[in-house]
Design a binder for this molecule. Structure first.
Ligand code: URA
Length: 246
């Protein structure tokens, strides 16, 4: 159990490794006794040693890890990976993450199609996933869309006014929609139906050729992330994302 001390929270080394996804308690203890864990320039051999978790960076087998009480990260999803829990035709998106993140139960916040690229948030906080994906909170998602046929104002206006998809008589509308070129548009949606962008463009007589998500809530895809790369959300990004849910 973590304990409070004047300088912040402390936790036993074995518990730190366990919560950060380094395996069962037995496996974490084995890493420590094998001398595979370092902190502040020394090898840690006592599984019961208390360490301050605030700002803690330790290394396991030579790889640095920043302690994260809850995991929240962004991934630049490449095409050709599936977001489903049991991927069938392509590798799963979780295979792009280091094993400790997979072990601690990180899951995508919503799904992108196999051929969609761009910003995917992932977390091990189930309540946060629920809130970010619940229609109740209208969290905006921004998509950069490439289409087959030249766009005209009538199509854009229809997307803003609302189009009817075949599985629901209630129209779905874009919260914002602007052409960014003759064959490209930026679409902001606050709901998240199955294949929504593709079906909305089909409903106005066009066809999606490329689809890339650039924003989710207050978060924007970090331009420094190449397809397949991920990084932790910074504290300010996490706070902004959660503030949008209040
Ligand atoms: N809408 C789609 O059609 N596909 C996605 O991947 C995301 C939104």
């Amino acid at each position: 159990m973590p304990s409070e001390r004047p300088g912040g929270t402390e936790m036993k080394l074995s518990q730190i490794l366990f919560t950060q996804g380094f395996g069962s308690r037995r496996e974490c203890a084995a890493l420590i006794t094998a001398g595979r864990v370092q902190w502040a320039g020394r090898t840690l051999e006592n599984a019961d040693e208390d360490l301050p978790t605030d700002g803690l960076v330790f290394s396991v087998e030579g790889v640095d890890w920043a302690f994260q009480a809850s995991a929240l990260l962004m991934l630049h999803k490449p095409a050709g990976v599936e977001c489903s829990r049991q991927p069938r035709h392509h590798p799963g998106v979780l295979s792009l993450l280091p094993l400790p993140l997979q072990h601690r139960g990180v899951q995508p916040v919503g799904r992108l199609d196999e051929d969609t690229t761009g910003l995917l948030l992932l977390t091990d906080d189930g309540a946060l996933i629920h809130r970010l994906t619940s229609p109740k909170w209208h969290v905006p998602k921004v998509y950069e869309v490439g289409v087959k046929h030249p766009l005209d104002e009538a199509q854009l206006q229809a997307l803003r006014d609302g189009v009817v998809l075949h599985d629901d008589p209630a129209p779905v509308r874009a919260a914002a929609c602007e052409a960014t070129g003759e064959l490209t548009l930026r679409l902001t949606l606050t709901d998240g139906r199955y294949h929504q962008v593709k079906r909305m463009l089909a409903a106005v007589g066009n066809r999606v050729e490329t689809l890339h998500r650039s924003g989710f809530g207050s978060a924007s895809l970090d331009a420094a992330l190449a397809p397949g790369q991920w990084r932790w959300l910074r504290d300010d990004e996490q706070a902004a994302l959660r503030a949008g849910l209040r």
